[in-house]
Design a binder for this molecule. Sequence first.
Ligand SMILES: [Zn+2]
Length: 236
Amino acid sequence: MTLAIVGMSLLLMMAGARFSMELGEGFSRRERARLAADAAALAAVAEAAPYGRNEQVAQARAFASANGARLIDCMCGPGAEAVQVTVAVGDVEASARAVLDPSRFAPVSIAYPSDGLHPHLEAAVDRLLLAARGSVYVVSGWRSSPEQRELWADALARYGDPEIADDHVARPGSSLHEKGLAVDLGGDVALAASLVTTLGLHLHRPLAHEPWHFELVGSRASGGPRMPLVTGVGAR
Ligand SMILES: [Zn+2]
């Protein structure tokens, strides 16, 4: 889904760049205005799709401009699944209408390898990712013991001292990732943290130095003492 939207945006941007370069004087103002109106309408309506940001007018203006036109009007309220834009090249105006078919985007799927995750953690992460509308993604979920062993071995090779390696990577057998009780999130981590509160998810971030590391609340209750808080980048 993300790819579809990103792909659409890239295509529109490329279209804009190409028109700007090639149209020159070869196209009439009317043709340029029509193409700019098409691009602006598509860009605006895409904002209502999953992962759009409801910035219809801003996108319409940007794509009109990329095609050498200026935006005159955009009938495109927030969340509108049908938009109509009017642009102008010089004194020549053109309008275009674009309609989004929501069924093309449903169901929204945010794929990540959820194998091995505790079902409560998976359910919470699913809700968070959906609410984040593509701004948050899973960097690392469940890890097998060999994977954790490899991460720790890498840290040992890098720092040359097991104690320092411990500060950055949990020892094999002691990471909550291996138990499917933790995920590392990427993207807008601050948004992820605020969604945990807003949605009332049973997640928390117990490691001050790893703000991207989210665990199920209570995961450490029977898991022994909490890891010491240290500075650095690691893989708990
Ligand atoms: Zn982690």
